[in-house]
Design a protein around this ligand. Structure first.
Ligand code: ADP
Length: 528
């Protein structure tokens, strides 16, 4: 018989390690699962409106432990919770639930779908503090950033609750007297949604808001590092009255991701795949999709250039660089990967950037109010930054500031600037996804554009210039999906997010985001 232990163990028990979360650990630090908001802490898959098999939130069944995986705090390594480790069977069950819910959700009026999305938005806002704590606990980002993410995530539900009522067809002027030609927009069907850990909440609502507004039903597989935010969203969806089966969440560990991904992306009842993550995984999912010709949206890696021309306002460029590069400790797909700085302004920019970093960036626990830089997501992420720094220094780069693990240990890394960087270094060719700002000096606009456009990906690009003619030239010539001109933060729910080249397919957010979940149907009405 399986022994049953309380889910929230006494201090010092195995998965709440005493050195990390000692007796008296202040709740505001949120160091262990016991301090996560119980009202939103869910650990089971949410399928067909039920917590599967039954929500055992108050007990921890050792017999079930084999089918669970731990969620770790990136800041301390402490176990936050054990979450059900779903496999292909749960993925198929979730697709069936979404398929069954589909006709009624499609038939519901746009007003009804809009109302329910709006209610979900309202609940996110009511629970914003708890949602932010969960994000900081499992992702590590500073609580202030986590609050920002919750608002941004909620805004996608609000935006798409409004867009749900603005789905229009067309009537086309007739080529024959006895016919009328119409265009209807209809939901694609069941959407499989696979999301990353860097925005545990917003990457879900950006896709799901659009899908539900369009009349699709969904199965979400969240990232293994951050399933708790996804499950908290499911709890709120349920409270909002989103009908059973319309929104399903199946968490799984990294080793199970392939099995679950394959089950979802090859399932005959799944009509649409929407993925945000690495280009390598995106290509695997595209291959799965090919066999049954599914509609796909892919938001993949970037290699964002941040160009500072001689004509730039250097202080404005430094402020933009700080905001764009060090948000989420450099772990967003639109973070500048490398800085291209024209020779006339180069030394001033490098000096002011490193000065501002020392003055404004604070590494520490995301729960600490002074912190601006939380930990990286895991050890692998830290090793990648280390590798890029080592490679650059071995090829002649100069270390301006940072350059090593932070004294806090674990997954913390110092915000770093390298100068004298060249295009053959790893940090110029691969996405670092960490707090590293490598600076390449250039002579001419043509040279900067050639370096920026040499990448085989093109998500975001930034440049700073006060020359209007140059602004138009460069904005038009940068081979990316999104351009920040004298601006380091460009994401907004109203604006299209997405990339060109191997950065992906399709756009999210904005009025364009809905089209990803709609089919165009032509109706030829004859015999008139
Ligand atoms: P990262 O390296 O940043 O984790 P990934 O692209 O590997 O980026 O992960 C993004 C999402 O894709 C996560 O939810 C992860 O579990 C999922 N994933 C990774 N590999 C696969 C796979 N083979 N099939 C389906 N999903 C996958």
């Amino acid at each position: 018989m399986a022994s049953r232990l309380p889910l929230r163990p006494p201090w010092g028990w195995a998965w709440c390690p005493a050195p990390l979360c000692p007796p008296g650990c202040p709740p505001s630090r949120g160091l262990c699962g016991a301090h996560l908001p119980a009202a939103l802490l869910r650990t089971r898959p949410f399928v067909g409106g039920q917590w599967m098999p039954a929500d055992q939130a108050l007990t921890f069944d050792l017999a079930q432990a084999r089918a669970t995986f731990p969620v770790l705090s990136p800041g301390t390594g402490a176990h936050l919770a054990r979450v059900s480790d779903c496999g292909a069977a749960e993925a198929r069950a979730a697709v069936t639930a979404a398929w069954q819910a589909r006709p009624a959700w499609h038939r519901a009026s746009a007003q009804e779908r809009s109302r329910l999305l709006r209610r979900w938005f309202d609940l996110m806002i009511q629970n914003k503090d708890d949602l932010a704590k969960i994000i900081t606990a499992e992702n590590g980002k500073p609580l202030k950033e986590a609050h920002g993410e919750v608002l941004y995530a909620a805004q996608f539900l609000e935006w798409f609750s409004e867009e749900a009522r603005r789905i229009y067809g067309d009537i086309i002027s007739t080529p024959a007297q006895n016919r009328r030609n119409l265009v209807l927009k209809q939901p694609v069907g069941v959407a499989a949604i696979i999301t990353p850990w860097n925005f545990p909440s917003a990457m879900i609502t950006r896709k799901v808001g659009a899908a539900l507004a369009a009349g699709c039903t969904v199965v979400v597989k969240p990232a293994e590092d951050t399933p708790l935010s996804a499950l908290a969203l499911a709890e709120l969806a349920s409270q909002a009255g989103i009908p059973a089966g319309v929104f399903n969440v199946i968490p799984c560990s990294r080793p199970k991701a392939k099995e679950v991904g394959e089950a979802l992306c090859t399932h005959p009842l799944v009509a649409k795949i929407s993925f945000t993550g690495s280009t390598a995984t995106g290509k695997i999912l595209l291959r799965y999709a090919a066999d049954s010709v599914k509609k796909v949206s892919m938001e993949l890696g970037g290699l964002a250039p941040f160009i500072v021309f001689d004509s730039a306002d250097v202080d404005q460029a430094v402020a933009g660089a700080l905001a764009a590069k060090f948000r989420n400790s450099g772990q967003t797909c639109v973070c500048p990967n490398h800085f291209l700085v024209q020779k006339g302004i180069h030394d001033a920019f490098v000096g002011k950037l490193s000065g501002a970093m020392k003055a404004q960036l604070r590494v520490g626990s995301g729960f600490d109010e002074a912190t601006t830089q939380g930990p990286l997501i895991n050890e692998k992420a830290v090793e990648k930054v280390e590798k890029h720094v080592r490679d650059a220094l071995s090829k002649g780069a100069t270390l301006v500031t940072g350059g090593k693990r932070h004294e806090s240990g674990g997954n913390f890394y110092e915000p770093t600037v390298l100068s004298d960087v060249s295009t053959d270094m790893l940090c110029s060719r691969e996405e670092t996804f960490g707090p590293l700002a490598p600076v390449i000096k250039f002579d001419t606009e043509e040279e900067a554009l050639a370096i920026a456009n040499a990448a085989d990906v093109g998500l975001a690009g930034y440049f700073y210039s006060q020359d209007p003619a140059q602004i138009w030239r460069v904005a038009e010539q940068l081979e990316v999906g999104m351009v920040g001109v004298n601006e380091g933060l460009l994401s907004a729910v109203e604006c299209p997010f997405g990339g060109v080249k191997q950065s992906g397919l399709g756009r999210e957010g904005s009025k364009y985001g809905l089209d990803e979940y709609l089919e165009v149907k032509y109706v030829c009405y004859g015999g008139l």
